[in-house]
Design a protein around this ligand. Structure first.
Ligand code: GUN
Length: 287
């Protein structure tokens, strides 16, 4: 293996250490940060993600509020819960775990969250601020990737970056972040004629596809930076990303592992956003 590892697990631990005094200061002033997690239905992957999020909050002294609702809950019932959380002085962050059952409108629910408490960074207000390059609560996965790249001093200015996947959660904000950092960005979608032609010439590839082994060593340039956002559970139970680690790691310059790469950064940024939201709401924020 020649690639160096972008160790998200290790850097997430550094991020948590830096949050400790901020949480202590908030608690001292009587504002223990609080995150409300709305989980609807019984999606097993969502249940695991939510458990990680709540555990990471509790490890740091951030209070968590679980709102578990049945699969057949109505829009109005979910909206009522969100309104209650918006009004609660103990709740500084609210997230609605996605995906949702088909009868629920995710956009409407996200828009109902007070933007100052939208720690997922999905509300149109926060998305607009991101696009305009303003302060906001940023979406956790792409922001976590940016922080990881910064931590390892990976140059972005003038680099060719290819993002595969155009979701609101990852692909679109990821492309915007990279563009803002001075990269030239190609955003590939499921209709892109020849995705691999793009990845083969890229300095940086971000794969958010949801297909195991989508990117192999043959699909990348020698020395490229490869970011794997995929989380795919194989029939064997093993969790793998979108890249074929064995071949990619022989050729890339840098690579994120799965698990232990982007995933831990997503959760760390969620906790950081919750602390930041608490600081802003309580008037303790310097920014
Ligand atoms: N589902 C997959 N990723 C995410 C995320 O970052 N936030 C929420 N709320 N749901 C998700």
């Amino acid at each position: 293996m020649s690639a160096l590892i972008l160790d998200g697990k290790a850097f997430a631990a550094v991020c948590y250490e830096k949050l400790k005094p901020r949480v202590a200061q908030l608690i001292n002033k009587g504002y223990q940060p609080g995150l409300a997690v709305v989980l609807i239905g019984g999606n097993p992957a969502s249940q695991i993600y939510v458990r990680h999020k709540i555990q990471s909050c509790e490890n740091l002294g951030v209070r968590s509020f679980s709102v578990n609702l049945p699969e057949n809950v109505t829009m109005q019932e979910v909206l009522n819960h969100i309104q209650e959380l918006n009004a609660s002085p103990n709740v500084h962050g609210i997230l609605v775990q996605l995906p949702l059952p088909k009868h629920l409108d995710a956009d409407l629910l996200i828009e109902a969250i007070q933007p100052e408490k939208d720690v997922d960074g999905f509300h149109p207000w926060n998305v607009g601020c991101l696009v305009l390059g303003k302060q906001a609560l940023y979406p956790c996965t792409p922001y976590g990737v940016m922080r990881l790249l910064e931590h390892y001093d990976i140059p972005l200015r003038g680099q060719e970056a290819v993002v595969i996947g155009t979701s609101n959660i990852v692909g679109k904000p990821m492309a915007r972040f990279l563009q803002q950092a001075g990269a030239t960005v190609t955003l590939c979608n499921s209709k892109t004629r020849d995705v691999k032609a793009h990845t083969r010439r890229a300095d940086i590839v971000v794969a958010a596809v949801g297909k195991p082994s989508f990117i192999t060593g043959e699909d990348i340039r020698e020395g490229a930076v490869i970011i794997d956002v995929g989380i795919n559970r194989l029939e064997s139970g093993k969790v793998v990303g979108d890249i074929e680690f064995e071949t990619v790691s022989k050729k890339a310059g840098w690579v994120t592992p799965v698990p232990g790469g982007v995933g831990p950064m997503t959760v760390a940024m969620l906790v950081e956003n919750t602390v930041l939201a608490a600081e802003r709401i309580s008037g303790l924020a310097g920014n």
